[in-house]
Design a protein around this ligand. Sequence first.
Ligand code: TXE
Length: 500
Amino acid sequence: MPGTFTHQFDSSFFKGNVAVNTGLFINGQWTDSVSKETIDIFNPVDGTVITKVAAANAEDVDIAVKAAKQAFKTSWGLKVPGHQRGRLLYKLADLVEKHQDAIAAVEALDAGKHFIHAKTQDIQDGIKNLRYYAGWADKNQGKTLETSEAKLAYTRHEPIGVVGLIVPWNFPFMIAIWKVAPALATGNAVVLKPSEVTPLSALLLAALVKEAGFPDGVFSVVPGYGAVAGQALAEHALVGKVSFTGSTFVGRKVMETAAKTNLKRVTLELGGKSPTIVFEDADLEQAVKWIVYGIFHHSGQMCAATSRIFVHEAVYDKFLELFTAAAQAVRQGDGFNEDADEGPLVSKAQLDRVLAYIETGKQEGARVVTGGARAGRAGYFVQPTIFADVRPDMRIVREEIFGPVGVVAKFSTEEEVLELANDTQYGLSSYAFTRDVSRAVRVANALEAGCAFINSSALLEPQVPFGGFKQSGHGKEMGEYALEAFTQVKAVHINVGIKL
Ligand code: TXE
């Protein structure tokens, strides 16, 4: 029998017991993995093991996918009218709202987030997306197409069938919802594989999906290692689409696997190294605040982080002074404590990766303005770090660090900075700070990225698509555009008068 993990939270933010089922959730039931293998789940604040969860292997994934296929054929898809699918999603949103403290607490514990951020940002964003797509469930219509009087032609927006959703550890709940909500709204059956590092909130979500009354098999959760459970999902012949968020390396692998198996559809969100331009006419104090949020929030573990910063020479020194002071003011600690602003990195692996990049930056000759080392002995904390006077060829400028490390370079002209900004394999997001509206529009047009934010860092909305250019991936999450990622268009031709 699969176990339950119960944790007593005793913080001024939240007091109470939360129980999480630690099995696999397949076909509406909690179950052990076939192999009985488990994964240790760590608390990033102190590196201790908090619980174990079942680890799915290829056999478990196969069972989940087959159950999903069966559910799709018999009790889901377009058989269930859109308004009914929508009603279930509204109900799920209400349940998430009701249990928001518990979900936020588990998310904070598992991923090393600050409880308040988890509650007021990630979980609220999840609720908004569930309601947004609940509304779309009965509105994703095809078109009637004008051809001739002898023919009726129309399109249907059909679900793909079984979709595999592979999500990372930085925003485990929120990113899962970005995929789950449009996938279910459009009538697909979902097999969700959370990251092996942070599976707990997905397991809580499974319990709420069951309570909401979705038919068995329509939503399964298979926690497991990427190379095992993730790979099995990417390979499976009955999976019609994989929506993946994670590293470029694994994204490439998922596409390759899809190409070698059933040519399943693939959408990818693969992070970035987003250019962040501060022009001489910017409101400097606001720019610094947004950039601090963009690179030090959640210890920089954000795909759209404001990680590659270009500052006009006229305000370079002043910017660095303000940016450094703000970085030094960030209070790191346990996200359940009132005296902490930000938590640790998620894992020992991520800590080692970020520290290795910091060493590389030093060896490459970048100037450490502040930070540049691990913080504390227990837990996976790295000091908010700023490298200045960086060159475009440095690895710390070209590669995604995914930690609290901002790199800053000086520029002289708009033309020069646009060249520098676009000199990257990535293209997820981009930022510019200026009071000149003509320049804002010009720069937003010129930046080679899926998002351009003017005078803010990434403030995402359910209505607005998010997704990359270049090697940051393809396909959009959120907005009407995400419906396309989970549907296939069928053209129906009805001959009402053409004779041969
Ligand atoms: O990601 P992985 P990692 C970037 C970031 C970070 C780096 C490494 O730069 O430092 O990636 O993180 C599953 N087939 N991003 O190694 O491995 C895995 O189980 C199918 C950016 O943790 O890509 C997890 O569920 N799936 C990013 C998911 O992929 C596989 C967020 C992501 O893990 C698999 C996270 C396989 N062969 C990291 N191997 C973003 N875009 O925001 C692993 N997985």
